[in-house]
Design a protein around this ligand. Structure first.
Ligand code: C5P
Length: 288
């Protein structure tokens, strides 16, 4: 039996380069794993099955199940596994919870079944179930391009303090991209400055590079997110606030843990949604 922790992510940077013939958007995004986790336990069984602490709907449509099925079909046709998923990362939040679960389930099954597959192969397999799944095979800090599935590791920006506020409303990713598609005539910007960051940059240096092309569309899609954004915009103590990916989470970057604790307390008192004080993570699986 093996347990792995599946981290959430935030996006330090997200630019949309254009629409592709397959309907997806060409993007350039800098993703970052953070210390808010789902947990996945895998153990040997005759067939594949998945249980969860919350209602999943049709289990076979779940990304974890679909990824496990692909791995089994391609590399372990005679094996099965009992997979238990404990969810904590909110859904529809721009935090990549479902994608992280799928990727980390493959990392765990690769070990349980003794397959010895490399990260490139695991990324290739898991990208079949979602655009941002491949990032979560290793997490850390990475530039993701294509539709999000081409992952290039960047120097780790680990140990930084963030507060994540989930405003209790989902932002469906397709709706946010549709909202953006009204206007694809903007001048695109590049994330090249992330390559130039010094080792262990101060939070202030990162704050000045943060940008998310999906932020305005997300704020238009969710009135609840807009209301929460407006309520928090003038709050003291943060370096910057931004929407994670396609939303609906608002992320606050702080200079240190004391400021993060202080802001978390104020946000909880305001009862705007779920509040998570987290740290950015280095690359690598987190075994439970
Ligand atoms: O790949 P995934 O299933 O996670 O994507 C969900 C939806 O988000 C897609 O169906 C598409 O509408 C939108 N999307 C996009 N361009 C991307 C990633 C996602 O248009 N690069």
């Amino acid at each position: 039996m093996l347990t792995i922790k599946a981290p959430a992510k935030i996006n330090w940077f997200l630019e949309v380069k254009g629409k592709r013939p397959d309907g997806y958007h060409e993007i350039e995004t800098v993703m970052q794993s953070v210390s808010l986790f789902d947990e996945i336990t895998v153990s040997d069984a005759d067939t594949l099955d998945l249980t969860c602490n919350i209602e999943l709907g049709d289990t076979k449509q779940n990304l974890v199940y679909r990824a496990a099925e692909i791995l089994q079909r391609e590399h372990a046709p005679s094996r099965g596994a009992h997979i238990v998923l404990k969810k904590q990362i909110p859904h529809g939040a721009g935090l990549g919870g479902g994608s992280s679960d799928a990727a980390n389930a493959l990392v765990a099954l690769n070990r349980l079944w003794g397959l010895g597959l490399g990260h490139d192969r695991l990324r290739e397999l898991v990208a079949q179930v979602g655009s941002d799944c491949a990032f979560f095979i290793e997490g850390g800090t990475a530039l993701c391009t294509g539709r999000g599935e081409i992952v290039t590791p960047l120097r780790d920006l680990a140990g930084l303090d963030l507060v994540i506020l989930y405003p209790n409303d989902v932002c469906p990713t397709p709706a946010v991209y549709r909202e953006l598609s009204q206007d694809l005539t903007f001048d695109t910007v590049s994330c090249y400055l992330f390559h130039k960051l010094p080792a262990q940059p101060r939070a202030e240096e990162i704050a000045s590079l943060i940008k998310n092309r999906l932020q305005e569309p997300a704020l238009r899609v969710s009135a609840r997110l807009r209301a929460v954004w407006d309520r928090t915009a003038q709050m003291d103590g943060k370096l910057v606030q931004f929407v994670s990916g396609s939303g609906s989470s608002v992320v606050f970057l702080l200079a240190d843990q004391r400021s993060a604790d202080h802001l978390s307390e104020s946000l909880r008192a305001m009862q705007l949604g779920q509040v998570f004080a987290v740290k950015t993570l280095p690359r690598g699986a987190v075994w439970g």
